[in-house]
Design a protein around this ligand. Structure first.
Ligand code: ADP
Ligand code: MG
Length: 253
């Protein structure tokens, strides 16, 4: 089931340097949000906070109303227990720039592994579902391959199938096509596009403006750890007053 994400006053520092500066953001359930912004603006850190890969220094993140990670109460920081974190992480899938497939597991094992180990899904059922997901991402017949024998675009499609295998309510993509040769970008964007508006709440960091224009409901532009523009995609892209956004887009087109 899709789940809305709400960030309030989210701050994150690394060695005293503020990387997320009191970020407020609402992401509607089932929507597609694209995050744009220059390198170092905090996009990956934002996704990592949503996925419990980083602990907040301040503020709150809620997914489907449930508190994620740290929160600030007075001056004290309260942390969720590790079991609670593990439970919540199961509902949030993440796809990375570098695919991060397990090299010593076949394509099918890569997809079925977490449902079997983490969700305790019956083995045959998990393998069956993995096959169906592989078909969904256009890779039927590649079940027994090793990841390194696939192209980057195919590996990334396996990574997407692997994330989907956990039935996430939220799916985060961190520059999913940035490591790919240009001719392989389209096949991955096509798979992501097919998932859009299927019910999963999707947050995608990407520089693919054409894709954003076509698929994203909302666009968020980050700079220096802050959100400097956000709203319906068309509106943000076409607002003549969004000089920073327009300048940035000119550099990535
Ligand atoms: P983006 O994804 O927009 O390029 P990041 O979220 O990766 O930006 O990084 C934002 C800033 O935080 C950068 O200055 C980066 O160097 C810094 N940063 C990110 N992760 C760490 C870390 N684990 N330790 C120290 N600094 C980090
Ligand atoms: Mg990044």
């Amino acid at each position: 089931m899709a789940e809305a994400i709400a960030l309030r006053n989210v701050s994150k520092r690394f060695s005293g340097v503020t990387v997320l500066d009191e970020v407020d953001l609402d992401i509607p359930a089932g929507s597609v949000t694209v995050i744009l912004g220059p390198s170092g603006s905090g996009k990956s850190t934002l996704l990592r906070c949503i996925n419990h890969l980083e602990k907040l220094d301040g503020g709150t993140i809620r997914i489907g109303g449930e508190l994620v990670g740290y929160r600030q109460k007075g001056r004290a920081l309260h942390e969720l227990g590790s079991r609670e974190v593990a439970r919540q992480r199961r509902d949030v899938g993440m796809v990375f720039q570098q695919f991060n497939l397990f090299p010593h597991r076949t394509v099918l094992q890569n997809i079925a592994d977490a449902p079997i180990r983490v969700k305790k899904a019956p083995r045959q059922q998990a393998l069956e579902k993995a096959r169906a997901l592989l078909q969904q991402v256009g890779l039927a017949g590649r079940e027994e391959e090793w990841p390194q024998n696939l192209s980057g675009g195919q590996q990334q499609r396996v990574a997407i199938a692997r994330a989907l295998a956990m039935d996430p309510g939220v799916l985060l993509f961190d520059e999913p096509t940035s490591a790919l040769d240009p001719e392989l970008v389209g096949e991955v964007l096509q798979v992501i596009k097919q998932l859009a508006h299927s019910g999963i709440t999707m947050v995608i960091v990407t520089h693919e403006i054409g894709f954003a224009r076509e698929v994203a409901d909302n666009l968020v532009f980050m700079e220096g750890g802050r959100i400097v523009a956000a709203g319906p995609t068309q509106q943000v892209l076409d607002d003549p007053n969004n000089g920073r956004v327009r300048n940035f887009i000119a550099t990535v087109l």
